[in-house]
Design a protein around this ligand. Structure first.
Ligand code: HEM
Length: 460
């Protein structure tokens, strides 16, 4: 869940909403959405903390597509699970909903990066960042994506057991760091990678209780502050170097737009944070699904063998690999790495005919909507071919939608395809016996612990 403090309050952002089309009128609002009764004082707070994804699924099944959830002293939140409600909040009336107040408290380290800003400021900054991540620019990173994957593969051998989750984390961090900063984190568990992960873990781990903030060598907060200072020093040194000599990276492109050093730091660190764990989780979940569905895996490997005939995959091959595309889409449906989106209403709105007061905290969960049995036949099954049919908008939103749609979508899609193609060409990764998928819903949905897989040799 992105926000841990869900008390309703007046939005405090000083930025004005981005100009946009006037929102479509909604039917007259009646009451707040219905919801469960909840316990005295704590409401449903305990149920939610025990099993967030299960609880939200139950709320949709039992109370419908608009639910009020009381969290006792924690305030209340509204869960929307109808495509038209999600479209209203993310697109049609997007200017009425702030992300800053949802994200900033849990990710202060990201400063004024895209995730933490709103309104006109977000609109203008997004336009500056966009060209650095356009489909065409992203294509220029194909060699980096494939090169690092091949380096990883060169260290693997048939029959070896690998921790696929760890391998994908290291690989995607190395790729994104190179694309953003031009640096090679040959060892992702080196100082840069360690500092970065220490910060993300601490930021994520805020929880409902405020942490004791003692900046001492042995406290968690002290370690966090040290990592933060280290990373800032490294990044500002890279910025200074880019002022001297331009490089083929996102940082250079951003500096060329005239952005201040601080803003370039906030953007690149946000892209790093948003861009590596999501993609590594997608890849790990996909390997899980393929191992549990050998017929689909066989069909995908046959497609790769037919189209690539053992050669290195290239961008030109991707349009000829439709099953690869559908496997990734289906994986994102079943295990969406961004599993919930939060917003806070600036002013009153009406959604699905219900009143939504100013300050209300809304959640829309990909996990819940992507598995609604009335929207998705055989919702819990891995059926990539379902994507041969068009999908109804906002019944599927793994990359969000509207003005805040994932800016890294072309990067993630290209990266996931190239990595999967390169690995599956050589190996058939099989989950080791007894390896179960335990889900950990944090800021991203991720597999808990390691994901141990044996690398069987793919048929030539
Ligand atoms: C499978 C991989 C990914 C998934 C599932 C994913 C998902 C999402 C979603 C759902 C949002 C919208 C959040 C909201 O509306 O509040 C988002 C935003 C964002 N993503 Fe991604 N993402 C992925 C990969 C990436 C990559 C590779 C990058 C960068 C290289 C990236 C950078 C961002 C940024 C900066 C935003 C904020 C955009 C804005 O607010 O204007 N993401 N992502």
């Amino acid at each position: 869940m992105p926000d841990r403090t869900v008390t309703e309050e007046k939005p405090q952002t000083s930025r004005t909403p981005a100009p946009g089309p006037a929102p479509a009128p909604e039917p007259p609002a009646r009451d707040l959405p219905p919801g469960p009764k909840g316990r005295w004082l704590v409401g449903n707070g305990l149920d939610l903390r025990r099993d967030q994804m299960g609880f939200f699924t139950r709320m949709q099944r039992e109370h419908g597509n608009a639910v009020t959830i009381n969290l006792g002293r924690g305030g209340r939140l509204f869960l929307f699970s109808a495509p038209e409600a999600i479209e209203r909040i993310l697109v049609v009336n997007a200017a009425n909903y702030t992300s800053r107040e949802v994200n900033l408290p849990s990710m202060p380290f990201l400063g004024d990066g895209l995730l933490n800003i709103d309104g006109d400021f977000h609109h203008a900054q997004r336009a500056l960042v966009q060209p650095a991540l356009s489909r065409r620019r992203v294509e220029s990173y194909a060699d980096v994506m494939l090169g690092y994957t091949e380096t990883m593969l060169a260290a693997w051998a048939a029959d070896q057991v690998v921790d696929m989750h760890l391998a994908m984390q290291q690989l995607t961090l190395r790729i994104v760091a190179r694309a953003l900063f031009g640096v090679d984190l040959a060892d992702a568990s080196g100082p840069f990678g360690r500092a970065f992960n220490a910060i993300l873990d601490y930021d994520e781990d805020h929880g409902l209780l405020p942490k004791l903030r003692l900046d001492l060598p042995f406290t968690a907060y002290g370690r966090y502050q040290r990592a933060r200072r280290f990373l800032d020093r490294e990044i500002f040194a890279l910025v200074a170097a880019r002022h001297q000599v331009a490089a083929e990276d996102v940082m250079t492109t951003l500096l060329q737009t005239g952005l201040q050093d601080r803003q370039v730091r906030d953007h690149t660190i946000t892209l790093l944070a948003a861009g590596h764990e999501t993609t590594s989780n997608l890849l790990t979940f996909t390997f899980h699904l393929l191992s549990r569905n050998p017929a689909q895996r066989g069909a995908l490997q046959a497609e790769l063998a037919r189209v690539l005939a053992g050669r290195r995959p290239s961008l030109a091959d991707l349009p000829d690999l439709p099953l690869l595309d559908m496997v990734i889409k289906e994986s994102l449906r079943l295990y969406p790495p961004a599993w919930v989106i939060g917003r806070r209403a600036r002013a009153d709105d009406a959604v699905l005919g219900h009143r939504l007061p100013a300050g209300a905290f809304e959640l829309m969960s990909q996990w819940v909507v992507h598995r609604r049995p009335d929207l998705w036949p055989h919702a819990d099954e891995f059926l990539p071919e379902r994507f041969t049919q068009p999908v109804s908008p906002f019944a599927y939103f793994p990359f969000g939608g509207g003005p805040r749609t994932c800016i890294g979508m072309p990067f993630a899609q290209q990266e996931a395809k190239l990595i999967l193609a390169a690995i599956l060409q050589r190996y058939v990764p099989e989950l080791v016996p007894g390896q179960r998928l335990v889900l950990e819903p944090r800021v991203t949905l991720r597999p808990a612990g390691g994901t141990y897989m044996r690398l069987l040799q793919a048929a030539a």
